[in-house]
Design a protein around this ligand. Structure first.
Ligand SMILES: Cc1cc2nc3c(=O)[nH]c(=O)nc-3n(C[C@H](O)[C@H](O)[C@H](O)COP(=O)(O)OP(=O)(O)OC[C@H]3O[C@@H](n4cnc5c(N)ncnc54)[C@H](O)[C@@H]3O)c2cc1C
Length: 324
């Protein structure tokens, strides 16, 4: 619908003209229904505000796609991301939060009234909370889009019963998903750029005693070849530069190589390494615009910190006493 090559302003005017007449006004709009967004919405709603959450996929965000949720306080032991996300949704709807499944394409943050344009309509609010997290980092290698690459462990894992799988990444999320896959697959190879796994000790210890897990240190997946689906994987030893080709038409590749913040549309904000800086009230540089969760500049990206950010943002946004 957008006109290629035209400026952001022209496209914004076009979209606003298309949807402008039906624009609905809310006290608070939250972009993203991950832990940060749902927490913000529930707190905002509890203060008597009208709250709309806009979500392009499903409630739960990143954590809704993982095999098991770990370390969050009072978590049900062994709980899957899927059921955790279901409970998040139930809580939000039970609190009276409105959730619409729409992809936010543009925002206008400056001014007293904030404007949000989605693929289906346009909305306005007094306060806006940016909680649309991050997306899995692409490896940027040939063959990354072939079938059998960039799989999701709980969804696709069962298809690889007894087969070889490769987990790309050696941080917490990657190793946790590798431990899950080890219960299904024949062999799990964790390919990490570091000299050893870069995850927490708990996962290191579990991986060390798991017979079906092997670590390929200081290495990267540098290409995938195949006719429509992955058939050969090329790994490069980052120390020696030596390449090896693994031929296995039945293997699966699960990529957990970190996230990139979904901030591309927030051109009015000054970002730090792509992330949104906020103050102690989770407010951005623009009054009435807050940010919460993985999308913010922060050291620890976990459900606990996302819901804490969301709580602060939701309460502050509802207070309508933000500083300018
Ligand atoms: C493999 C893995 C395992 C993990 N395991 C754990 C764990 O066990 N325990 C733990 O505490 N943490 C874990 N984490 C971290 C945790 O998932 C994140 O810190 C948390 O999900 C961040 O929440 P968020 O709400 O900030 O963002 P997200 O969860 O990323 O949610 C953002 C939401 O915004 C939506 N969105 C994005 N763009 C738009 C748009 N344009 N319009 C509308 N909606 C949009 C997305 O669809 C998504 O639903 C894990 C992370 C990974 C990658």
């Amino acid at each position: 619908m957008l006109i290629a090559g035209k400026s952001r302003e022209i496209n914004y005017c076009l979209l606003f003209f298309m949807y402008g007449e039906d624009t609905k006004m809310y006290d608070i709009i939250v972009i993203g229904a991950g832990p940060a967004g749902i927490s913000a919405a529930v707190y905002g709603k509890s203060r008597g505000k009208s709250v709309l959450v806009l979500e392009k996929k499903q409630v739960g965000g990143l954590i809704g796609t993982v095999s098991t949720v770990t370390h969050y306080t009072a978590i049900v032991q062994g709980e899957s991301g899927h059921t955790f996300a279901e409970r998040m949704k139930e809580q939000a709807l039970g609190a009276g939060v409105e959730i619409r499944y729409e992809n936010v394409m543009q925002t206008k943050l400056a001014g007293e009234i904030k404007k949000v344009i989605t693929d289906k309509g346009s909305y306005e609010s007094k306060a806006l909370i940016l909680a649309n997290g991050g997306s899995g980092r692409m490896l940027g290698i040939p063959g990354e889009d072939l079938k059998g690459v960039r799989l999701n462990a709980p969804k696709d894992g069962p298809d690889y019963k007894g087969k070889n799988v490769y987990v790309i990444g050696g941080a917490d999320g990657a190793v946790k998903e590798a431990l899950y896959l080890a219960q299904i697959a024949g062999k799990v190879t964790i390919v990490c750029v570091e000299d050893e796994l870069a995850c927490i000790q708990e996962f290191k210890d579990k991986a060390a005693v798991c017979d079906s897990i092997e670590v390929m240190p200081h290495s990267s997946l540098t290409a995938v070849y195949g006719d429509g689906a992955a058939e050969q994987l090329e790994f490069t030893d980052n120390r020696t530069g030596k390449k090896q080709i693994v031929k296995d038409a039945e293997c699966g590749v699960f990529v957990y190589a970190g996230i990139v913040a979904n901030t591309q549309m927030y051109t009015e904000l000054k970002l730090e390494d792509g992330y949104i800086p906020v103050d102690h009230s989770m407010q951005t540089q623009i009054p009435g615009v807050f940010a919460a969760g993985d999308i913010c500049v922060k050291k620890i990206r976990q459900v606990a910190t996302a819901v804490a950010d969301g709580a602060v943002a939701g309460i502050q946004a509802a207070s309508e006493k933000w500083s300018s």
